[in-house]
Write a protein that binds this ligand. Structure first.
Ligand code: CTP
Ligand code: MG
Length: 229
């Protein structure tokens, strides 16, 4: 298989007050349904693995069964940290997969175009992440609040998912990470640590991650605007 997708959906939504943001209704359907829809409509993904938690697994399984799609969708159990959840998804996809595309269930505004762009970019580089310019000035700050340094904004980007990797590189990155796996906040970080070259490609400023209640409100607005476009 050429491209398999992993959709981590096993988080606890703590910054959203413990609500299950992956299943909460957004523009009339769960965030996860929007994500699966975009993956299927991209027509470049051959299999999907959704990584669920103990708490949302049954609901996610029935959502996946209700999807009208020819792409096979499997559901697997995640771990306590995001990196463990994605690794469980990679195990389910299996090493016959050439490229692994990871996309957060919490980013419902992803489009089929962005997914196609990601798959296009990985053929050139082997490891790619969607990125957008940072609009704020970013400062590194010490624990006591004192500013340590202000990096040049032109050298900074904010990364999103999709992130796509050669399966063999991702697997090797897992092997080299050992116990430090759990500290990775995205998969690219593991490949970087293992010495693989990771490249950015243009993401989409609308492809926001639902983290706080403010993000839910913005996502509702953006989905409504798309429907009326
Ligand atoms: N995720 C996961 N397994 C985990 C933690 C996170 O599959 N152990 C998933 C989430 O479901 C989400 C994505 O990774 O789709 C991005 O994580 P984040 O936005 O941090 O979601 P949560 O971990 O659920 O939120 P919080 O950190 O506020 O608890
Ligand atoms: Mg989290």
């Amino acid at each position: 298989m050429k491209v398999g997708a992993i959709v981590p959906a096993a988080g606890r939504g703590e910054r959203l007050g413990g609500r299950d943001k992956v299943l909460a209704p957004l523009g009339g359907r769960p965030a996860l349904a929007w994500v699966l829809d975009a993956l299927v409509r991209s027509e470049v993904v051959e299999a999907i693995v959704v990584v669920a938690s103990e708490a949302n697994r049954t609901a996610i399984e029935s959502l996946c069964r209700s999807l009208p799609t020819t792409v096979p969708v499997a559901v697997t159990r995640g771990g306590a940290e995001r990196a463990l959840s994605v690794r469980a998804g990679a195990e389910t996809l299996g090493a016959a997969t050439k490229f692994v595309l990871v996309h957060d269930a919490a980013r419902p505004l992803v489009t089929p175009e962005l997914i196609r762009r990601a798959v296009d970019a990985v053929q050139r580089h082997g490891a790619v992440v969607a990125a957008v310019p940072v609009v704020d000035t970013i400062k590194q700050v010490a624990l006591d609040g004192r500013v340590v340094t202000t990096p040049d904004r032109r050298s900074l980007v904010a990364v999103q998912t999709p992130q796509v990797f050669r399966f063999d590189w991702l697997w090797e990155a897992y092997r080299r990470a050992g116990a430090s796996l759990v500290t990775a906040t995205d998969e690219a970080m593991l490949l970087e640590r293992a010495g693989f070259p990771v490249y950015v490609f243009p993401g989409d400023p609308e492809n926001l991650k639902i983290t706080t209640p403010l993000d839910l409100a913005v996502a509702e607005f953006l989905l409504a605007r798309r429907r009326s476009a």
